[in-house]
Ligand binder design. Structure first.
Ligand code: GLU
Length: 305
């Protein structure tokens, strides 16, 4: 299978400038390295009716194209269950009956990193399991043999982060993001993962799991986020930060593409940006969205380099 990069939005609402900027970068990483570019809809959780169609329309509007049909995670349950079955057969999973509160209140295991699952259900006897199972449906956790794992990132270099007994299938039966993302990337031939750097802390878990499942660990590039003037992650309440809201102010999709490309130091159209794209030249720090920047674009043609 030809190598591929991807963009994997959760269809929870409209994409904002931060999501669009990450999508443009994922496309540039893939296309500049001869990879296919795929779009995967991560709709296991937080899916809102109609959001997927709007997201795909907006990705096309900023100039992106992708190969193959869009893949939806809700259509792939048997594939995740197969992977879960292989882990279970290898003794690498266990049932967990903890509520969120029980996890918070449990004394953490000695030397356990902050926020790691305390291991409450790891070594229960069969009799204890039978009793607990009757109380509430079980989640499935990974029986991790390590507490941390190192990954290499194109922009961050070596990054070591926590691996705990993380959830693979929630107790409502829905497969957890960390399992789905690893299985899907492997199944789709994705060998380059470009996404927002808010996901860097999850990456050691995913890379470790990929290894357990016999997959090759992809190349990672975690790109800086877009922040609002207060230094917080961009959100819809920050004003005109979606294509539709900007269009209502007279800002075209081409102008948005130019603004986003220029924010990473690239010329303002995709073909021009592709011609000079170099991962090592990308900024390593968040882009603080100047609230006047979009309105400054009113009626102006995108700037040329
Ligand atoms: N669906 C995730 C999100 O929108 C991204 C997952 C990924 O790129 O691995 O935050």
């Amino acid at each position: 299978m030809t190598a591929a990069g991807r963009f994997a939005p959760s269809p929870s609402g409209e994409l904002h400038l931060g999501n669009l900027r990450t999508a443009l970068l994922a496309w540039l990483f893939a296309r500049s390295s001869g990879r296919r570019f795929l779009v995967r809809v991560e709709d296991l959780d937080r899916a809102r009716a109609g959001a997927e169609a709007v997201q795909l329309r907006d990705l096309a509007a900023v100039g992106l194209d992708w190969d193959d049909d869009v893949v939806r995670q809700t259509e792939r349950t048997p594939v995740y269950e197969e992977a879960l079955g292989r882990l279970a057969a290898a003794g690498l999973t266990y049932e967990c009956y903890c509520t969120r509160r029980e996890i918070q209140e449990a004394p953490s295991a000695p030397h356990a990193p902050q926020g790691a699952y305390p291991g409450t259900c790891r070594d229960l006897t069969e009799a204890q399991r039978v009793r607990r199972r009757a109380e509430r449906p079980a989640a499935i956790r990974l029986r991790a043999a390590v507490t941390e794992w190192a990954v290499t990132d194109v922009l961050h270099g070596r990054y070591v982060g926590v691996v705990d007994d993380f959830v693979l299938r929630r107790n409502d039966g829905v497969v957890a993001y960390n399992l789905a993302v690893v299985v899907d990337d492997a199944a789709q031939g994705v060998d380059q993962v470009v996404r927002g750097d808010d996901l860097l802390p999850s990456t050691p878990r995913q890379a470790y799991l990929a290894g357990l499942l016999g997959y090759r660990v992809p190349e990672y590039a975690h790109v800086p986020l877009v922040l609002n003037a207060a230094g917080r992650r961009l959100a819809k309440r920050d004003g005109a930060v979606t294509l539709a809201a900007l269009a209502a102010e007279g800002v075209s999709a081409e102008q948005v593409t130019a603004l986003l490309l220029e924010s990473v130091g690239l010329p303002g159209t995709l073909p021009e940006a592709l011609a000079v794209f170099s991962p090592s030249a990308l900024p390593r720090t968040p882009w603080i969205l100047d609230p006047v920047a979009p309105s400054r674009l009113h009626g102006e043609a995108p700037r040329r380099p």
